[in-house]
Design a protein around this ligand. Structure first.
Ligand SMILES: [Zn+2]
Length: 188
């Protein structure tokens, strides 16, 4: 083998090792241009709560309900600690607070969620009557961490069930992804 071929093989081997041993890297999407500064602040709050959820032994998801700029309710995913699979962030939020808040309040409110809502959560959003949903991380990114999860776009779901619901996202996706990257390894 010529010296240059040997060097090439060593280089290829090194690149292979780097690729297979480095942490997963993602192409982070830019913020949705429809996201306001206020939206970004509320998404940061959901990220804070998602971290707390993971510290409490749950999966790192959280949602909040905001009415005219005021946070009315917050919910951290608690499926793991309770064993109740419907305790996702959004379904939990709606289930706990819909009996307490008038229907008109829901219609004027926005739901913020740390990661794009799943099919079950989209159904709950539809029934809650809210007209706007803002998410941090795109659902498709979760597929990298949860091999059996299908990250269907919430926009596609709402187009079919109620295309009057405005969906905004992703918002500050890089910050939200950091939480998933820290949480999921060794938890599949
Ligand atoms: Zn869900």
């Amino acid at each position: 083998m010529k010296g240059s071929q040997g060097k090439l093989l060593i280089l290829l081997g090194f690149l292979f090792l780097v690729k297979t041993t480095s942490p997963q890297s993602f192409s982070v999407l830019p913020d949705d241009p429809m996201a306001t500064e206020e939206d970004k602040q509320f998404i940061l709050r959901t990220y804070q709560l998602a971290r707390t959820a993971s510290e409490n032994g749950n999966r790192p998801f959280a949602a909040i309900l905001v009415h005219k700029g005021e946070v009315l309710a917050e919910f951290q995913s608690s499926s793991t600690s309770t064993g109740d699979i419907t305790k996702h962030d959004v379904t939990g939020l709606i289930s706990q607070f819909s009996p307490e808040l008038d229907r008109s309040i829901w219609q004027e409110s926005v739901i913020y969620t740390s990661t794009e809502p799943c099919v079950m959560c989209c159904g709950a959003i539809y029934w809650s009557g809210v007209s706007r949903v803002v998410y941090g991380v795109t659902a498709r990114k979760l597929e990298s961490f949860l091999p059996n999860y299908h990250g269907i776009s919430s926009r596609e779901i709402f187009e079919k069930i109620n295309n009057e619901i405005v969906v905004v996202g992703p918002v500050l996706e890089a910050k939200g992804l950091e939480i998933h990257q820290q949480y999921w390894p060794n938890r599949k």
